[in-house]
Design a protein around this ligand. Sequence first.
Ligand SMILES: [Zn+2]
Length: 340
Amino acid sequence: MTLGKIAHSLGIVRKKTLDAALAAQDELRAELAEAELKAAGQDLEKRSSLEAAFHTDALSGYMRFHQFNSVRDFAAFSNAARNGPRRKLEREISGAVVNNPNREVKLLGYCDVCEKVQPLIVNIQSNKCQDVTFREQAACWECRLSTRQRFLLAYTLRQCEEHGARIYAQEQVTDMYKALVKKRPAAVGSEYLGPGIEPGSLVDGIRHEDCMALSFQSESYDIVVSSDVLEHVASLEEALAELFRILAPGGKLIFTVPFRHSAEKTIRRAGFENGALVHYLEPVYHGNPVSGEGSLVFWDIGADIFDYLHSAGFSKVQIVCADSLVHGYYGAPLLFCADK
Ligand SMILES: [Zn+2]
C-alpha cells in the first residue's frame, strides 16, 4: 500500500493536500541539505537526525493526529514521548537558538495555511529564557501563525469540511482570523472590546461579543473555534454553556488553552464578587490584540476541563495532538475538541 493510500485510508489528510505536501517534502529535503541547517549552526550529525525524523513522518502516514478520550491516556502518551527522538530534536533546536547570536533559527515546514513550504521562525526573545517554548513558535514567515495556530486552523478547516460550514471564531483582528476568512469567507469573528458594549454591535468594524452572553441565536453554528480565550473568561461554566447553546446538534467546539495535564484541578485565579474584581492569586496577563493592558488570566486549566465540558452538555471530549515535522508542528501542539 502506498503512503498516500495508507494516510487516506486512515482519514489523515485529504488526498490533494497529501500529494501537494509529499511533493513539497522532496523540496524540503533538498533545501534542508543546504542553507537552513548551516545557518542554524547545526552539524552533519544533527542534520541527519532531522532528515531521519522527516523520514519517520513519511513512513507513519505523513501526518499523525493522536486522539485521546481522557487526560490519563493523553498523559501516558505525552510522558512516553518526552524522551523520544522528536523531543530530542527539539532540544537540539532549542540549543541552536540559544547559541545563535540573533537567538533565532529558521526551520522549514509545509505551512497548511499558505499551502507551501515556508521558513518557520524559532526564537527566544527574552535573554533570561534558555529554552524554546515551541507552542508559540515556529511561526510561518508569511502568515505568521505559530505551531499551535497552524494546527488549530488546519484541524478546524478539516472539521468544517466534514461537519458543516457555519463557523464562529472567538477572534477577529488576528492573523489567524485573516487566514481563516481567506479559506472560509463566511466565517464570523468577534473580539471582547470591554464592558458596557452591546453584544453583536460593531465598533470600528469589529464585532463585540461577550463569551458569557453571546448575541447569536441558539444552534446557529456548526463549528466554534477558540484560540487561547477560555482562560480569560470570568465564568468558565457560563462561557461553555453559551458556546454549547450556539452550536447546532453535532457541532464542535475546537479550542486551545494553556493546559497542564498534570494539574488535577482547574484553578480560579480571579473572579467577580458583588461586581468587584477579586484576585485569588497573583495577577497574570497574556497579550491581547485589542488591548495594550493585556488579558487577565482567570483560570489555570487542569485535567478536570473534561468535567467542565461534560457538565456544559458536550457529549464527547477529546484531546487531539499533532506530530509532524513536515508540517512544522513542533512541541506536540494539542487542542480540545468537544462535540455537542
Ligand atoms: Zn504560512
